[in-house]
Design a protein around this ligand. Structure first.
Ligand SMILES: Cc1cc2nc3c(=O)[nH]c(=O)nc-3n(C[C@H](O)[C@H](O)[C@H](O)COP(=O)(O)O)c2cc1C
Length: 197
């Protein structure tokens, strides 16, 4: 067993992975969707806070309720994807702190007393976990289609009416269909991005 990802692994997760815009009819099982989370959960968050929550929306009535909150250009592919995940942050993630950070349970009370710190921690770490989630989808040989183009207030009222969870990203999941990719867009070069000190 190697202790690094070989080129085919890097191809699967990064260099060859694309954002899918159409999907084959091949179904994605609930077991696969559960396994995606079982993989993504191991990637790190601050204070092991793990504020991401995942709502999988099956085709049918639930999907209809979701599609109406997507931006026009995102509706057809959200309706057609075999599986769709709504990635949300749990604004009350600190309730789990005694379990996930057992050597510092008092941090739960610190988060409870400071809404700004709690919201910032939830937003940053759930967004980080959304990135991990996309890579976990790819690791299962599936394509992801992440979308931030939706009416967040409408979606939250539809699926999370008590206000505890707030949607961050909707991700279509499946095997690529016909003409699934837009043209590959350029990525920034090391000169644009890297600094050395
Ligand atoms: C956070 C996020 C939000 C996105 N929102 C949308 C969206 O609302 N609609 C859409 O068609 N594509 C959306 N995309 C897809 C990006 O445009 C696409 O991933 C990017 O251009 C890279 O494409 P590639 O993976 O095929 O190289 C989103 C991607 C991310 C990561």
């Amino acid at each position: 067993m190697s202790d690094y990802l070989d080129p085919s692994g890097k191809h699967l997760l990064f260099t060859g992975a694309r954002t899918a815009n159409t999907f084959a009819e091949t179904p994605v099982s609930d077991a696969e969707l559960t396994d995606i989370w079982e993989l993504a959960k191991w990637a790190p968050t601050s204070a092991n806070s793990q504020p991401l929550r995942v709502l999988y929306v099956h085709p049918g009535e639930g999907r209809d309720r979701l599609v109406k909150h997507m931006n026009e250009g995102n509706r057809a592919k959200t309706a057609a994807a075999p599986a769709v995940a709504v990635l949300a942050m749990d604004t009350e993630f600190h309730e789990h702190i005694p379990t996930v950070l057992p050597f510092r349970p008092e941090l739960k009370d610190a988060f409870a007393a400071n809404e700004t710190m709690r919201t910032n921690t939830a937003t940053f770490n759930a967004t980080l976990q959304a990135g991990y989630f996309i890579l976990a989808v790819r690791a299962h040989g599936l394509a992801a289609g992440p979308m931030s183009g939706f009416d967040a207030d409408g979606l939250n009222a539809e699926f999370f009416p008590d206000g505890r969870f707030r949607a961050l990203l909707v991700v279509n999941i499946g095997h690529p269909g016909e003409n699934p990719w837009f043209a590959r867009l350029p990525r920034l070069s090391p000169d644009d991005v890297l600094q050395w000190a």
